[in-house]
Design a protein around this ligand. Structure first.
Ligand code: SAM
Length: 242
């Protein structure tokens, strides 16, 4: 039964992201058929999410938002601390995934689930910590999303990102180097599902924030033994007014 559910998700991934329509319409058509089974499949695909949450180290009284939160499944990594936050906002553009998030958060008094574009949404008051988990690669205007996230933070606040990427051809000192075939393969592989693996995201983040944590790794892919795709975990601090 679980395998059948997984095959349905796999079939959706093989069909790919629809080409026509607005960004929001394409997301909805892509995710709606797999929304109920999203969490279990992505568990073996989206690596480093717990590492990011651990690095963000949420404290009682903090105001936090996840941008591109999907079903809200990342809250499980801080389930023990979620109720002590002053406020948690889960923002996403895809109604089908937000149905799952609203069900999950139904009894959480301090949590709001919001349908909005994260290149534009702003909270009522500045936040302590904001994070993207495998969302930046699905946002066409990713620079606008990062700038908007920085604008949400109070001075000294933290922005966290975990996502797939490829290294620059000549990475900065101390950063991982990826062979040319991987820099060729992975962007083409993931583009089919509307996921844009870029060498530009990580340098941009490092340029805009004071780096606190940076880990680069490689994660396995469900049903494809032997292949490992690069991902990074980054946490940066907003300096001054940003
Ligand atoms: C791969 S999913 C990741 C979901 C979740 N963060 C996780 O770790 O499982 C990417 C998410 O980004 C959302 N997304 C893409 N573009 C967006 C935008 N412009 N504004 C808000 N959410 C967006 C999608 O709807 C989707 O839920």
């Amino acid at each position: 039964m679980r395998d059948l559910a997984e095959l349905r998700v796999l079939w959706q991934l093989l069909r790919g992201m629809p080409a026509a329509g607005s960004h929001a319409e394409r997301l909805e058509r892509f995710y709606a058929p797999q929304a109920a089974r999203y969490d279990s499949f992505r568990e073996r695909l989206l690596h480093g999410r717990q590492t990011l949450i651990d690095a963000l180290d949420f404290q009682p009284g903090e105001r936090v938002a996840e941008l591109g939160a999907g079903t809200g499944c990342n809250v499980r990594w801080y389930a023990d601390r979620r109720a002590q936050l002053q406020h948690l906002t889960l923002v996403d553009l895809c109604p089908a995934l937000l149905v799952q998030a609203r069900t999950r958060a139904a009894d959480w008094a301090n949590t709001h689930v919001i349908e909005a574009d994260v290149t534009q949404w702003q909270p009522a008051a500045p936040l302590d910590k904001v994070y993207f988990s495998y969302a930046l690669t699905m946002i066409p205007f990713w620079q606008a999303a990062i700038e908007n996230a920085i604008a949400m933070l109070k001075p000294g606040g933290l922005l966290g990102v975990v996502d797939f990427y490829i290294a620059e051809a000549q990475p900065a000192a101390g950063l991982a180097r990826h062979p040319a075939w991987q820099r060729w393969l992975w962007p083409r592989w993931f583009a089919h599902d509307g996921v844009c693996l870029s060498p530009a995201h990580l340098p941009y983040l490092r340029g805009r924030l004071a780096p606190v944590v940076l880990q680069e790794g490689r994660g396995s892919l469900p049903w494809l033994p032997g292949l490992r795709v690069p991902y990074y975990v980054f946490v940066g601090r907003k300096l001054g007014a940003g």
